[in-house]
Design a protein around this ligand. Structure first.
Ligand code: BTN
Length: 247
């Protein structure tokens, strides 16, 4: 199912996987796992910080083949659900923060970076990068809202075991996706989505407002119902939750 290739240090596990893809396609399920990234990539051109050997840094190659590009967010949904399921087994209660973060309480434990190539309007290749804080206990000042498994359960976790648990779960949801189980995936996603159906304060280009997340569309847009009943769709960075309050 998965073929895990360990490389001690890389620029970025996503980049290593794309390079493998350029030099002839590896089999679906090829995974690059590393202890250290010199140029770990985050969303929106950000970098990803991780101390050497303490965290999970991995990228998974998938070939969804029949998934249209405007359904691309289902890949994020199944990867997020796999991570959530695995973390629950470690005694953690995580939630998905749209679009690509996993939180525990209000702190970030994991980030996901999904990159795709297209053939026409169909997703041809997917590299799903997962950066999870596992055994790191302290974080730089510019990451005040980071946490790790260690900080949550006060104990060390075997990173290779954790990766295998996550991959197993991702594969389970990926199989559902290939069988077009969109409603099941949507329901599980909503059940694990931070802020789902809670009245919270958000900010968009018109200012702050109270709203209720009611789901995320196949193309990734977040759906928020405002107090006047109108439902708005937001793409990444178009809306932000004001995190001074508890959901
Ligand atoms: C984010 O929250 O900004 C996404 C972070 C994704 C980080 C992971 S670490 C493994 C993989 N390789 C990368 O260069 N990035 C992803």
């Amino acid at each position: 199912m998965f073929d895990i290739k360990y490389i001690e240090e890389v620029d970025s596990t996503n980049i290593t996987l794309w390079e493998l893809l350029k030099n002839g396609e590896p089999v679906e399920g090829t995974v690059i796992l590393s202890d250290y990234q010199h140029h770990g990539r985050g969303q929106q051109g950000n970098s990803w910080h991780s101390e050497k050997s303490l965290n999970l840094l991995a990228s998974v190659f998938l070939k969804p083949e029949i998934l249209p590009v405007d359904y691309h967010f289902y890949l994020s949904k199944i990867v997020s659900l796999g991570i959530i399921d695995a973390l629950k087994h470690y005694g953690i209660t995580p939630r998905i923060k749209w679009p690509n973060d996993i939180l525990v309480d209000k702190q970030k434990i994991c980030g996901i970076l999904i990159e795709n190539t297209l053939e026409g309007s169909i997703i041809k290749q997917t590299v799903a990068g997962i950066g999870m804080n596992v055994n790191q206990t302290g974080f730089p000042d510019y990451l005040p809202n980071a946490t790790s498994i260690y900080n949550q359960i006060n104990g060390l976790t075997d990173i290779a075991d954790l990766l295998r648990d996550i991959l197993k779960k991702i594969w389970m949801y990926y199989t559902e996706l290939k069988q077009n189980s969109f409603e099941l995936i949507d329901e599980l996603y909503r059940n694990n989505l931070f802020g789902y159906y809670s009245w919270l304060t958000y900010i968009d280009k018109t200012g702050t407002f109270r709203g209720q997340i009611i789901g995320a569309r196949a193309d990734g847009a977040l759906r928020i119902r405002k107090e006047n009943g109108e439902v708005h769709q937001y793409y990444f960075k178009e809306v932000e939750w004001l995190n001074s309050e508890c959901p």
